[in-house]
Design a protein around this ligand. Structure first.
Ligand SMILES: Cc1ncc(COP(=O)(O)O)c(C=O)c1O
Length: 395
């Protein structure tokens, strides 16, 4: 059974940092991407067992091997990725850590990274801090807010860029728009990466939270991986099982040279080793049957939240444009027809309504908001009531 728990007072970023992040404590938090439900019981048990032992010393390599074996088997059974070996995987404390290492090692400081905007805000933060140039290829969206990659524009941007692009950073499924990419999209991106000699890094952290009618296609599937050898996949069980605080993520590539380069860098800085609890949690999530049952229940719950949010927005705010996310518990809403889409006015409106949302500008989507619906249904309903009330008061 999916369980929810009170998070206030646990030093949670989502709840306890509202004052610091939003300047106000008493807001309903539908912002940062973690959920309000407890992780599967299997995770608690695995960690508890070790906690009871009372010794938390260094582990030998077999602990990481267990995690890697669990990752390979998860990707094979859930995402039809074949022929993975333990040595194709490297562990990192976060997907962003893995990405930062890739940027540092594979992209010279004078070169650029291309991504599809709007994008996960930390992509911009990390790339800006690293000094790499960012080439933003904005997703196209039709009147119904269906998103697509403008491949012609992408190629043109590569050709026009005075700075050599070195990495194409692909978010699959995409945060914040919730798009699950199709075979054609992936083939085309591979073709472009081949043509312009780009590393293709696919961030698949949201790939297990895909709704019925859609199928995640991992870049590691043979039909893609066999076409090109500069492919890297980064992912984690953190979004799927709501364990981001346990810091457990991984990178996979079939390219030995890339892995050696990354390995050398990590040895130099002694990074790329994850905590005992991170390993235990990953293995519990990916290997235990009960975790898989938990995940199915979670997906049903999230789907109902998503549908509720969709229907509510359609009915009460028909002028807002949005489409149901095909994956993730994040809902990307175009508010440009509201308050002229002015970011400051939108922030004020939503905060006065009592809501802390992901402000679109963070993802380079001015006039949009990102709503995290990975919460208890009652909280989502309360948030929508607050929104509606504030809207009525405005008129
Ligand atoms: C696309 C994407 N990548 C990476 C992350 C962060 O992952 P981590 O906490 O493992 O660094 C997030 C978190 O929301 C995300 O949405």
């Amino acid at each position: 059974m999916l369980k929810f728990a009170k998070r206030q007072g646990t030093k949670s970023l989502k709840y306890d940092a509202l004052g610091e992040r939003f300047g106000r404590e008493s807001l309903l938090p539908l912002w940062v991407a973690d959920m309000d439900c407890c992780a599967p019981e299997t995770v608690r048990q695995a960690i508890q067992q070790r906690v009871d032992h009372g010794i938390y010393g260094y582990s030998d390599r077999r602990l990481a091997d267990n995690s890697k074996a669990a990752i390979c088997s998860w990707l094979e059974t859930r995402h039809e990725v074949q022929d993975l070996q333990l040595q194709d995987c490297r562990m990192y404390a976060g997907v962003m850590e893995a990405l930062a290492v890739c940027i540092e090692v594979l992209c010279p400081k004078t070169e650029a990274v291309i991504l599809n905007s709007p994008a996960y805000n930390c992509f911009y933060t990390a790339l800006e801090a690293s000094g790499r140039k960012i080439l933003e290829n904005y997703l196209a969206h039709d009147g119904k807010e269906n998103y697509s990659i403008d491949l012609g524009l992408l190629e043109q941007q590569i050709l026009d860029s005075p700075i050599k692009p070195r990495i194409l950073l692909f978010c699959s499924p995409h945060n914040p728009v919730g798009k699950v990419w199709k075979e054609r999209d992936i083939y085309e991106l591979i073709r472009i990466c081949q043509k312009y000699d780009l590393y293709l890094i696919s961030d698949e952290i949201h790939s297990d939270l895909v709704y019925p009618g859609h199928k995640h296609l991992s870049i590691l599937r043979q039909e893609f991986a066999n076409l090109y050898d500069k492919i890297i996949m980064i992912s984690a069980p953190s979004k799927t099982f709501n364990i981001p605080g346990l810091r457990s993520a991984y990178l996979i590539s079939k390219n030995k040279t890339i892995l050696q380069q990354l390995g050398k860098f990590c040895e130099q800085f002694q990074i790329g080793d994850i905590s005992l609890s991170g390993h235990l949690a990953l293995e519990a999530c990916y290997s235990q049957e009960q975790s898989k049952v938990w995940l199915e229940e979670l997906k049903q719950y999230l789907k109902q939240n998503r549908d509720l949010l969709h229907d509510y927005l359609k009915e009460r705010f028909p002028e807002l444009k949005h489409c149901k996310p095909e994956a993730t518990y994040l809902y990307w809403v175009n508010c440009r027809s509201f308050l002229q889409g002015n970011p400051a006015a939108l922030r004020k409106f939503f905060m006065d309504a009592g809501l802390a949302l992901g402000w679109g500008e963070l993802y380079h989507g001015n006039g949009w908001v990102r709503i995290n619906f990975g919460c208890e249904r009652a909280l989502l309903e309360e948030a929508l009531d607050k929104w509606n009330q504030a809207y009525l008061n405005l008129r």
